[in-house]
Design a protein around this ligand. Structure first.
Ligand code: GLN
Length: 541
């Protein structure tokens, strides 16, 4: 029997609903339950793929090729359950579906309305594609009171009614702010938020209250009384020093106990040894390294969420703290700035789009190559490293990417046809912008004996992609002769997936996004190896 946990948020955004959902998932999993997590996003975009990273942060890509909300990254990192297309829905998708049905005549002449047609479509999404999961945790994006969120609240209210309390529970996350002038924590915003929820017919069963200091018993009693939840269901959620301490912290406050009590489940306490050892390693590292990340969206670090986590995981594997210098690549386009890379133990150029700052990334790749600093190029970072090697090693001065317009030697170019499994996928230059990249998991064949072979310990891997352009295989020979080796290719040998520089301590570019699959309890081998190389570099400096 699958039970549904609905998580809403109140008072303000950025309270960490995604993390709360992920941590609750991890706790239930640690009690032996099978979980799935889902995100319902009330915005009108069909997916976040077309949104600027400044607006939305990272776009998280699933194995089956969906461009989704970054919270799905938290879900995977905390539970290890691979997310799917069916785990993230937006108002854009819901309406597209409803309108397509209307056009087909499926509504048999009915007036199509938010209730019941849109709410039905939302309920269908929530219940679709579920197997033998014990729990499906559904996070509702946005904040209670948002106009866009209303159909979702109505849908989960209806579903709560249909399923009954034995199969559904409502968890509400709020903020209990400290007011310096009054010298106390204030519960009023929480009370108002719950009133708002109650006005749409939802009575939360559990209140999770974010706070920067312990909530006094009196304030907890107030929340219980005014929000109509039992005292034990008022869970304080104090700030913690690392996100991987959140499952333990919530357990100590009784969150998972309360969920089990609600459903009448008697089960042993969760085994949190995995989480304790991760936090222990994060809190007591055996040294530190500094990585320079040369990117474009460095003013909004949510744009690099999975990347930052994957570096932390690489640190956990090597027992070191990873400090990150987030550097805007544009600075490396002016003279002298490259010196800012002198102190770092590794350089990472992450994924990116567009011409702005590209030359700065190429300069960073050159610095890493010439100064023998470990270099990790991811997607755009691999493309820029290949262009750098083409220009400065292989003697192709006009090497560039057609992403920036026509160029003399398109070492990186738009691919309009490729194989995906047994079929061929095609794209046109004037196709829609949304959802038309090479997306999702693709296999890659690794050359035996290469550095990446020893890193992965395998010759067949699959990794997730999100890009429109590819390194042009026709330049393979000239680049390999110059020392840049293509040690990973698509199984048909047409698409360069991994490039590594010979005669360098650690210089690897990958066309895919390994950061998306890294987990704290299963650090991605490329990140483990990169951080290991940075540790070695730090000993030389
Ligand atoms: N802009 C490049 C492309 O579309 C790289 C994309 C990325 O780094 N994710 O191919």
């Amino acid at each position: 029997m699958t039970r549904f946990i609905f998580i809403t948020g109140g008072v303000t955004s950025s309270l960490g609903k995604g993390l709360t959902s992920a941590a609750l998932g991890a706790l239930l999993q640690a009690r032996g339950f099978k979980v799935r997590l889902r995100k319902l996003d009330p915005y009108l975009n069909v997916d976040p793929g077309t949104m600027s990273p400044y607006q939305h942060g990272e776009v998280y890509v699933t194995d089956d090729g969906a461009e989704t909300d970054l919270d799905l990254g938290h879900y995977e990192r905390f539970t290890g359950v691979p997310t799917r297309k069916t785990d993230n829905v937006t108002t854009g998708q819901i309406y597209s579906k409803v309108i397509a049905k209307e056009r087909r005549g499926d509504y048999l002449g009915a007036t199509v309305q938010v209730i019941p047609h849109v709410t039905d479509a939302i309920k269908e999404f929530i219940r679709a594609d579920i197997g033998d999961e014990d729990f499906v945790i559904c996070e509702i994006g946005g904040t209670v009171g948002d106009i866009e969120g209303l159909p979702y609240l109505e849908a989960i209210r209806q579903l709560g009614n249909e399923l009954g309390p034995e199969r559904s529970i409502f968890v509400h996350l709020t903020l209990v702010p400290y007011l310096a002038a009054a010298g106390e924590l204030k519960t009023k915003p929480t009370q108002h938020s719950v009133k708002e929820l109650q006005s749409v017919g939802i009575q939360p069963d559990i209140m999770v209250c974010r706070c920067d200091r312990p909530i006094p018993a009196e304030a907890q009693r107030k929340i219980s009384l005014f929000c109509n939840v039992r005292p034990s269901a008022v869970i304080q959620a104090l700030d913690v020093d690392t996100i991987y301490a959140v499952p333990r912290a919530y357990h100590e406050e009784g969150l998972d106990d309360e969920v089990c009590r609600h459903f009448g489940l008697t089960c042993p306490a969760p085994d949190l040894a995995r989480w304790d050892s991760i936090t222990e390693r994060i809190r007591k590292p055996d040294g530190e390294v500094t990585i320079g990340v040369v990117g474009k969206y460095t003013s909004l670090l949510d744009s690099y969420k999975s990347l930052a986590e994957a570096m932390t995981h690489g640190g956990i594997a090597n027992n070191v703290r990873v400090n990150v210098n987030w550097l805007d690549s544009e600075i490396f386009e002016s003279d002298g700035a490259i010196q800012r890379l002198e102190d770092v133990h590794g350089i990472l150029v992450p994924g990116g789009f567009g011409e702005r700052g590209a030359e700065g990334k190429i300069a960073a790749a050159r610095f890493a190559r010439e100064r023998k600093v470990p270099y990790f190029g991811i997607c755009f970072g691999m493309q820029m490293a290949v262009i750098e090697a083409a220009r400065n090693l292989a003697g192709i001065p006009g090497a560039g990417s057609t992403e920036f317009g026509p160029c003399e030697d398109s070492v990186v170019g738009l691919l309009t046809e490729w194989t995906a499994g047994n079929s061929i996928e095609r794209r046109n230059v004037d196709d829609d912008y949304g959802g038309t990249m090479r997306l999702g998991a693709y296999p890659c064949t690794i050359e035996a004996g290469s550095r990446v072979h020893s890193i992965y310990g395998a010759t067949e891997i699959d990794e997730r992609h999100r890009h429109r352009y590819e390194v042009n295989i026709n330049y393979r020979k000239v680049l390999e002769n110059a020392g840049l080796h293509f040690s990973g290719l698509s199984p048909d040998g047409e698409l360069p997936e991994i490039a590594e520089l010979e005669d360098h301590p650690w210089y690897i570019g990958v066309q895919f996004h390994p950061e998306l699959k890294s987990k704290p309890f299963e650090p991605h081998p490329l990140f483990t190896s990169f951080i290991e190389a940075a540790v070695a570099q730090s000993r030389l400096m």
